[in-house]
Design a protein around this ligand. Structure first.
Ligand code: GLC
Ligand code: GLC
Length: 811
């Protein structure tokens, strides 16, 4: 069942009922100012950091209630309603929500009034704009009232939801004409305030939530809206809000348009005040002055669309498969931008007060983002590396505002360092910019101990070399990629964090997954050393890699698949010897991607085992058999009921690893089959089972052991976005950036047909035509570049050209 449809021409998903199974959201804002917005106008806004600079308030732990939001109420006689349905939930005569790329549109109609909202964040300004168009579709004159509504958050979202004894006394606002200023804590240490304004004279305002709603009312029954009149109160403490009242008369057929602006303003310390107690509004006024007319709004909106069209034109496919075209050209790349911006901080499943920018997560997000805006990727790599410790290990996350690492969700995850190599290598393969390797980068933000980024990579690599266990495999630390495989934790009491409790290091627990990573990213690091002319380092690294391959072959192979780990007793995890959890997905994907087993047939065996034991119609599960009881020696992974999350869920993030691994052994049919199973557009018609947004990936789909097999959770912020884009663009479609130039080596299903790709790479546009006359799955018979046949798969980079035309014919 569907709740809407894709409008590919407009790059929109059109939701045709407000009653989606879960709120289906979108993100507004591209760089610093962000809003989450659901299909019923729920959500919230923040500047740079969802925890530390939260502008509007959201109520947690009520996913489908989905309060608060940025609401518009309409009072028409005795009826009050919202164009986005929530919060009054008045039955609408018509409803539509269009989530687009960086904007959302809502159209609701009731009793001959149509209200159309368009909302977005313009490029370059810290402001969210909403154009509200009211139209009288009937035959008689209408006198209605329009009310805006936002509830302010008192900036630190974590404190805001806990510290009422203080917070209910500190709220402060000012109002001048049509602009409401929220200035809580500005009197002391803050240098920022927020504004909510409309480009029209208002009839009244409200800044006190209790005045607006009335005691004991929810946002669905605001007393002042029901009465049709705001009281123009200046709030003092309690719950400050911003609401404008506009009385609107509409003749039959007449439309009126208003532009609302919700902005963020910072003032220098010595420019904070206009006079004692009165904030300096100059910057706010200048910001608002830019968006005073419908024309200003439309122009800025065009600017946003142009910005995105240009970004998305960097990778464009034209194939016979509409799902692939749609996901690759629009939604997958869009989600890559969102995960790059948010990391794992703010979604409808991440509160914005829990996690920040993840070290491993953000490094992986780069893989799907770097081709879009390489300069931002560069800056991000430096930010991440700046939080690394001198011994090569890492904080697991940092706050985007302060850029300082913290251990709030644990530290000592031994896969973290290697992801820095993955992200940096991807950046250099994309851009050719080796200058980044010479940048001086601090450790733990301490510039006095800074070294080059190249030295950071060396320390990342050496951290693994120096932390091996009894089987010469990497020590796992608190966990590796799988946060829940906590082999040194041994937690017996509820409430202890599996990632923070117990020693971060044990003497023996080892990870075969990290071993696979070490081979893959060790080789990428060696290639960088070679590129920088350091052949001694290259040779050293490759010999360490060879040792690791030997260790995997000796103790990391279980006969039919790769072992997952060795626990603190040096017992195997993910082996046929185990009672539960006999096979895990991660080492199969990572080891084969690293090339381990590709020549001796073990890769084929491992991937056949994955298909036989882990496959379901909704995707590939993370492990089998599911753990049915809590294993003290394995940690959080066994805390989940069977089929959910890391305990035998379909953890979408590593499905592309399997798909990529299949391309490494040339099985395009199977690679694509795995791709399709979790691909949102392919499963749009089971939205009642899948339940999360049909235009983006979710972190997890419940596995075969779960009650709700096929149901997804944790949409949007997942490494699945970047890895899937890497998989489809670089491995299945086969356009892979190398240090020397673009490589063309597709691995598609036999029946996929011919296709064309436009790829902008280091400023040059490649028009690539791929023909598959004999319906093979992999292999290039000839590669013709600007009319000349070349040998091999790699088109040497030539920056003197603007356009390169390529014809690749498969065998
Ligand atoms: C979550 C985390 C990610 C981790 C994964 C598996 O998605 O964000 O860092 O690798 O879970 O535990
Ligand atoms: C939980 C989740 C895991 C996530 C981790 C982050 O363990 O299951 O997916 O990565 O928390 O701290």
């Amino acid at each position: 069942m569907k709740y809407g449809f894709f409008d590919d021409n407009n790059k929109e998903y059109v939701i045709t009922t407000p009653k989606t199974p879960l709120p289906w959201i979108n993100y507004l804002g591209c760089t610093e100012f962000f809003t989450l917005i659901s299909n019923t106008c729920g959500g919230y806004t923040f500047y740079k950091d969802a925890k530390l600079l939260r502008m509007t308030r959201y109520r947690y732990n009520d996913t489908t209630l989905d309060t608060n939001g940025k609401y518009f109420y309409i009072k028409d006689g005795d009826t009050i309603w919202n164009p986005g349905w929530q919060p009054t939930k008045t039955e609408l005569d018509s409803y539509e929500c269009r989530h687009g790329i960086g904007y959302s549109k809502f159209t609701g109609a009731k009793n001959d009034i149509e209200a159309a909202l368009v909302t977005f964040v313009p490029i370059g300004d810290p402001v969210e704009l909403t154009k509200v168009t009211l139209t009288n579709k009937g035959n008689s004159k209408k006198d209605i009232q329009l009310f805006s509504y936002v509830e302010w958050c008192l900036w630190n979202a974590d404190d805001d939801m806990k510290n009422y004894q203080r917070n209910l006394s500190i709220g402060e606002v000012e109002v001048v004409d049509s602009t409401i200023y929220h200035k809580t804590e500005y009197r002391e240490r803050r240098n920022h305030y927020a504004v909510y304004s409309v480009n029209s004279k208002i009839d009244a305002f409200e800044t006190s939530r209790d005045e607006f709603r009335g005691a004991y009312n929810g946002p669905d029954k605001p007393a002042a809206v029901i009465a049709g009149k705001l009281n123009s109160t200046i709030a003092s403490g309690w719950y400050p809000i911003a609401s404008h009242q506009l009385n609107v008369s509409l003749n039959p057929g007449e439309s009126k348009t208003f532009v609302f602006a919700l902005g963020y303003v910072e003032n220098a310390e010595d420019e904070k005040w206009e006079k004692p107690g009165i904030i300096n509004k100059k910057k706010a006024d200048a910001l608002l002055a830019k968006y005073q007319t419908t024309e200003d709004f439309d122009k800025a909106f065009d600017g946003l669309c142009k910005y995105w069209n240009e970004l998305l034109s960097k990778f464009h496919i034209d194939s016979k498969d509409e799902h692939v075209n749609r996901m690759v050209n629009i939604w997958n790349q869009y989600q890559c931008m969102v995960t790059f911006n948010m990391s794992r901080s703010a979604s409808y499943y991440e509160t914005g007060i829990g996690r920040g920018m993840g070290f491993r997560d953000s490094c992986q997000d780069l893989l799907g983002f770097v081709h879009l805006i390489p300069d931002r990727a560069r800056e991000r790599i430096i930010d991440i590396a700046s939080t690394q410790f001198q011994d090569g290990s890492a904080y697991h996350q940092y706050q985007p505002l302060t850029k300082k690492g913290n251990s709030d969700i644990g530290s000592g995850f031994n896969d973290d360092p290697l992801w820095l190599i993955a992200g940096t290598s991807a950046y250099i393969r994309e851009t050719g910019d080796t200058s980044i390797l010479k940048e001086m980068v601090p450790y733990d933000n301490d510039m006095s101990v800074a070294t080059t980024l190249m030295e950071h990579l060396k320390r990342s690599f050496d951290y693994i070399v120096n932390h091996k266990g009894p089987h010469n495999l990497p020590l796992i630390g608190r966990a590796d990629w799988n946060d829940c495989l906590n082999l040194n934790c041994f937690s017996e009491h509820p409430g202890e964090s599996f990632q923070c409790f117990g020693p971060s290091e044990g003497p023996v627990a080892e990870s075969v997954f990290i071993a696979g990573m070490f081979v893959k990213y060790g080789r990428e690091y060696a290639a960088l050393a070679k590129l920088m002319g350091d052949s001694a380092e290259e040779a050293r690294v490759l010999s360490e890699v060879d040792k690791m391959i030997a260790a995997i072959e000796k103790d990391g192979w279980d006969g039919e698949w790769f072992v997952r780990a060795y626990d603190a007793y040096s017992h195997k995890v993910g082996s046929k010897e185990c009672e539960e959890g006999q096979i895990y997905i991660e080492p199969q994907g990572m080891c084969v991607m690293a090339g381990v087993g590709v020549d001796d047939g073990n890769a084929v065996k491992a991937l056949d085992s994955v298909k036989e034991k882990l496959d379901t119609k909704y995707g590939v599960m993370i492990l089998q058999p599911a753990y049915t009881r809590y294993h003290l020696e394995l940690g959080e992974i066994t805390s989940y009921p069977p089929g959910y999350k890391e305990n035998a869920g379909i953890f979408c993030h590593n499905n592309p690893w399997i798909s990529i691994a299949e391309t490494c052994i040339g099985r395009g049919d199977r690679a694509f089959e795995v791709y399709k199973k979790t691909c949102p557009s392919y499963i749009e018609d089971i939205s009642e089972i899948h339940r999360t947004e049909p235009y983006v990936y979710s972190q997890m789909v419940a596995g075969a052991d779960a009650k709700f097999h096929g149901e997804a959770k944790n949409s949007w912020l997942t490494g699945t976005a970047a890895w899937t884009f890497t998989n489809i663009s670089q491995y299945i479609l086969g356009i892979y950036p190398t240090l020397e130039g673009l490589s063309v080596n597709p691995c598609t299903p036999a029946a996929f047909g011919d296709f064309n790709v436009t790829r902008v790479y280091r400023g040059v546009t490649y028009n690539i035509e791929i023909k598959n006359p004999n319906k093979v799955q992999k292999g290039i018979a000839s590669l013709i570049v600007d009319g000349q046949e070349i040998q091999g798969n790699i088109i040497p980079f030539d920056g003197s050209k603007n356009t390169v035309n390529v014809i690749a014919t498969m065998r």
